[in-house]
Design a protein around this ligand. Structure first.
Ligand SMILES: *[C@@H]1O[C@H](CO)[C@@H](O)[C@H](O)[C@H]1NC(C)=O
Ligand SMILES: *[C@@H]1O[C@H](CO)[C@@H](O)[C@H](O)[C@H]1NC(C)=O
Ligand SMILES: *[C@@H]1O[C@H](CO)[C@@H](O)[C@H](O)[C@H]1NC(C)=O
Ligand SMILES: *[C@@H]1O[C@H](CO)[C@@H](O)[C@H](O)[C@H]1NC(C)=O
Ligand SMILES: *[C@@H]1O[C@H](CO)[C@@H](O)[C@H](O)[C@H]1NC(C)=O
Ligand SMILES: *[C@@H]1O[C@H](CO)[C@@H](O)[C@H](O)[C@H]1NC(C)=O
Ligand SMILES: *[C@@H]1O[C@H](CO)[C@@H](O)[C@H](O)[C@H]1NC(C)=O
Ligand SMILES: *[C@@H]1O[C@H](CO)[C@@H](O)[C@H](O)[C@H]1NC(C)=O
Ligand SMILES: *[C@@H]1O[C@H](CO)[C@@H](O)[C@H](O)[C@H]1NC(C)=O
Ligand SMILES: *[C@@H]1O[C@H](CO)[C@@H](O)[C@H](O)[C@H]1NC(C)=O
Ligand SMILES: *[C@@H]1O[C@H](CO)[C@@H](O)[C@H](O)[C@H]1NC(C)=O
Ligand SMILES: *[C@@H]1O[C@H](CO)[C@@H](O)[C@H](O)[C@H]1NC(C)=O
Length: 770
């Protein structure tokens, strides 16, 4: 009993206690677990019964929220209003203003509507277009983790399809009487996408569409591309009212492709042509189409097509070289062309048409050609050669070959080639005859196989990009009215010059103070040009150099030290290059070998002289001994003396001259006989000596005869009388003696007044000597 009452009391107390305490103590925030749509407003209530007074503040993710958003309704309830809430997840807490006591909190999560819905009515691949059997929609929806089920509903809330991803396809292939079959009856159709999770459900905004305009047909099939000489023709299945053709060079996949629209007229022909194509390259082509109002189909798979050579889209150049008329009456013509892409697979044909006095004979010859050149034979007549494409016969270009010796054609005169300051550049200029010329073709080659050419309207041209140090053959041909005149050839001309690779140095002659250095140049290259040679020679660490012009091939090094070791190098300097030979060594002599040679020659001559003088003396002595007394015939002189004293002087003058000669000769001998004074070098010595020997008899004779004639007009008489004189022997001995030097002759003339004094003395002196 008591126990029961105790229980009852306790229960009452507790309930009393509860009822007393409850409204004052409980504090909390609600609602709990809040899911709100993004950008919507949210209100949260904080129950503050447990707090002493109702004052609270709020935090969002730990950050104070402005008090203005908070509103106290009554003593126990405060409401927080958050507008346009966008955070995907946030913790909102309610705190008591006194003591910072946490009263409660809530986590707010947001969700969004499916957005940006796009739908397509389409067809199974491989199925013909017609009523579409597939309906696919996709949308955007940002979800965190929780699984979402999507449903597409029409405006009658009929479910069209369901999915758990952001797209969904309705397949009506097997469905009879399907919703899609009716869709085309509407001009506008409305759907919405419903997203549902276990916590929330939301519908997208309605999506309205025109079923025809979202219809996407299958891409075109059976693409057929036919290249022709000027374009590409494209065909496909099926014909659709609108199509686009996309094409790009296979080699340039990254470049934006060209897109062309077909228009209804194209459609009726159902063949589309791509006009703007380059020759001989691959193009990738694909096509897409659309129904009248529908979406573009996917692009068809790409097809690659190789274009043909198109004359109108290349800049081709055709030229020819004509050989001289051969013995067989034919001329070889080498045709060559450029500008045709190397990728072209076309074969070429040359049609040659000969002209006879202005009229074609109607006899054509065809020659099939290589890819960039052709050799044909023509006779002496003028010809036109047509280059055509073999299979299509399309004309590419033509070139004229003049008849042999056709004087009516323009001609070019005096071609001039000049080296440019730039390497590998030749400047050519020429003059032209007065016949009219519209332009010139200048062609050039370095190997006779590969030709380059260009056309100019000037009478000059600059050839660029030539190989260095290569001789080029250059030809200029005038053109007029598409007819070519007579060519002129320039001599082979070097594109640039270099110095030879090898300089071979030899020291050919070495003396004591000089040496002769000679060099040979060797070069693989024909284009050599040396401006200067610089010879560097070095001995005992002292370097010297001497420069000579590029035309020299040797030089005397002077002022060398005797008996010294030298090394020498030769450097060739050209336009823009230098090249150095390797070092060559030599040692100068102790003495000048030419001096020794000269000395020995002079010595030898001296010996000969001495011997001959000795011999002469011996002969004279012998004669003197035989005839010790002057010839009595001399007494006839006395007759002259009586006539005039002056005449005696005149008579004796020649004799005086002879004596003078002898004296002077003696002096010369002495000079020559001083071998230890090498005033002149050996060479001079040699030459003066030899010239003396050569000139001596003549000069001496003329000098002598001259003196005689000048000094005595009656010399003939003197001679006749003195011919039998024993003193003639003196004259005959004289040629062996030296002629006087010029200075000595001068002296002789100064001494002339004294001559008479010597006459008789000499006679006795001579006899004394002998
Ligand atoms: C929320 O509203 C702002 C401004 O009104 C807007 O910029 C934003 O896109 C909206 N967000 C969503 C999810 O609707
Ligand atoms: C305070 O307001 C809330 C909600 O409006 C209400 O439920 C509660 O009874 C009110 N309390 C008092 C004491 O008025
Ligand atoms: C909140 O959204 C309303 C409409 O929903 C809009 O008028 C208001 O400008 C938005 N406020 C902010 C701060 O984004
Ligand atoms: C809607 O989707 C399309 C493609 O699905 C996209 O190109 C477009 O940018 C999207 N629009 C927005 C507003 O996100
Ligand atoms: C549909 O969505 C899934 C992922 O949810 C994606 O893998 C697929 O490519 C989408 N299909 C289309 C047609 O957009
Ligand atoms: C549509 O359904 C048919 C028949 O079930 C099937 O063969 C076809 O592959 C489906 N198409 C798509 C796109 O799922
Ligand atoms: C989503 O769909 C699957 C099956 O289609 C179902 O099992 C699941 O309960 C659904 N989830 C929700 C949240 O409706
Ligand atoms: C060559 O043809 C021209 C016109 O083409 C004509 O005037 C001229 O008389 C012709 N000459 C000869 C020799 O036939
Ligand atoms: C063509 O030339 C050949 C020989 O070169 C000759 O026999 C023939 O008669 C010519 N034909 C014509 C139409 O000139
Ligand atoms: C250059 O022309 C000369 C005649 O002028 C000739 O002998 C030589 O073979 C030609 N050289 C080349 C490479 O054609
Ligand atoms: C031709 O010569 C003229 C004057 O000498 C010069 O101005 C011109 O540039 C030259 N042309 C070429 C292609 O060298
Ligand atoms: C000299 O030759 C070198 C190459 O061999 C070249 O680069 C340079 O330009 C030349 N200089 C002159 C002035 O030609």
């Amino acid at each position: 009993m008591s126990l029961f009452s105790i229980f009852v009391v306790a229960a009452l107390f507790l309930s009393l206690c509860d009822s007393f305490k409850g409204p004052h103590v409980i504090c909390d925030v609600y609602p709990k677990d809040l899911y709100v749509e993004q950008n919507s407003s949210v209100e949260i209530v904080c129950q503050t019964s447990c707090s002493n007074n109702g004052k609270v503040f709020w935090t969002l993710n730990g950050i104070h929220i402005s008090e203005s958003l908070s509103k106290t309704i009554n003593a126990t309830h405060t409401v927080l209003s958050l507008r346009n809430f966008t955070q995907s997840s946030a913790a909102v807490q309610c705190h008591s203003s006194y003591g910072d006591q946490l009263l409660g909190g809530v986590t707010i999560r947001t969700y969004s509507k499916p957005k940006n819905i796009t739908c397509v009515l389409h067809y199974d691949v491989n199925k013909p277009n017609g009523v579409p059997k597939l309906f696919t929609c996709s949308w955007e929806h940002h979800m965190d983790s929780s699984q979402t089920n999507y449903t597409i509903l029409n405006n009658s809330s009929v479910e069209i399809c369901k999915s758990q991803g952001v797209n969904c396809t309705h397949n009506s292939t097997r469905l009879a009487d399907d919703i899609l079959d009716y869709m085309y009856f509407f001009n506008s159709y409305t759907i919405k996408v419903r997203a549902k999770t276990q916590y929330w459900e939301t519908d997208s905004d309605p999506y309205v569409f025109d079923p025809h305009s979202i219809t996407k047909i299958n891409p075109p099939k059976n693409l057929k591309i036919t290249p022709s000489s000027e374009h590409l023709s494209v065909k496909w299945d099926p014909d659709e009212p609108r199509c686009q053709v996309k094409y790009y060079k296979t080699s340039e996949p990254d470049k934006a492709p060209e897109v062309l629209w077909t228009n209804p007229s194209d459609f009726s022909i159902s063949v589309f042509t791509i006009e703007e194509v380059e020759s001989c390259i691959n193009y990738n082509v694909s096509v897409r189409c659309a129904s009248e109002r529908g979406l573009w189909s996917e692009w068809s798979p790409e097809k690659t097509a190789f274009t043909k050579l198109s004359r109108s889209r290349i800049r081709m150049g055709l030229w020819r070289k004509v050989a001289e008329l051969g013995k067989n009456g034919k001329r070889k013509v080498h045709l060559m062309w450029k500008g045709i892409p190397s990728t072209c697979r076309e074969a070429f044909l040359v049609k040659q048409v000969a002209y006879n006095d202005n009229t074609t004979t109607g006899n054509y010859t065809y020659t099939s050609c290589g890819s960039s050149s052709c050799d044909v034979d023509v006779d002496h007549r003028s010809h036109r050669l047509y280059l055509t494409v073999s299979d299509s016969g399309a004309l590419l270009d033509s070139v004229y070959v003049p008849a042999v010796g056709d004087a009516s054609l323009p001609e070019v005169w005096s071609i001039k080639t000049t080296k440019s300051r730039m390497r590998g550049v030749i400047q050519v200029s020429w003059n032209v005859s007065e016949k009219p010329v519209s332009s010139y073709i200048i062609d050039w080659t370095h190997d006779g196989c590969r030709y380059f050419w260009k056309e100019t309207t000037f009478t000059n041209a600059t050839l660029f990009g030539l190989l260095h140090r290569t001789p080029y053959n250059i030809t200029v041909t005038p053109l007029f009215n598409n007819i070519s005149g007579h060519s002129i050839h320039a001599n082979p001309f070097c594109s640039s010059m270099g110095v030879p690779e090898d300089i071979d140095v030899k020291v050919e002659e070495v003396d004591d103070k000089s040496a002769f250095v000679k060099w040979d140049i060797k070069s693989q290259n024909p284009c050599n040009d040396v401006d200067t040679y610089t010879i560097f020679y070095e001995a005992q660490g002292l370097q010297h150099n001497v420069s000579v012009s590029g035309s020299e091939d040797g030089v005397w090094l002077k002022d060398l030290k005797p008996n010294t070791h030298y090394n020498v190098r030769v450097q060739a300097t050209g336009d823009n290059e230098t090249n150095m030979s390797s070092k060559v060594h030599f040692i100068t002599n102790k003495y000048d070998p030419r001096l020794i040679k000269a000395l020995s020659i002079c010595g030898g001559i001296l010996v000969v002289l001495v011997l001959s003088i000795g011999l002469t003396c011996a002969v004279q002595w012998k004669k003197f001994n035989d005839k010790p007394v002057p010839n009595p015939r001399l007494s006839s002189v006395a007759k002259w003396l009586t006539q005039s004293h002056a005449k005696v002087e005149g008579f004796f003058q020649p004799t005086t001259d002879q004596i003078e000669n002898q004296v002077v000769t003696g002096k010369t001998q002495r000079n020559r006989g001083a071998p230890l004074t090498p005033v002149r070098n050996g060479n001079d010595c040699d030459t003066s000596f030899s010239s003396l020997q050569e000139n001596e008899p003549e000069e001496r004779f003329s000098e002598t005869s001259e003196t005689q004639l000048l000094s005595s007009p009656e010399g003939s008489m003197v001679f006749s009388s003195s011919q039998s004189s024993p003193y003639r022997s003196q004259d005959t001995a004289e040629p062996l003696l030296e002629k006087p030097s010029k200075s000595d002759l001068g002296k002789k003339q100064e001494k002339t007044p004294m001559k008479s004094l010597y006459i008789s003395l000499n006679m006795f002196e001579q006899s004394d000597v002998r």
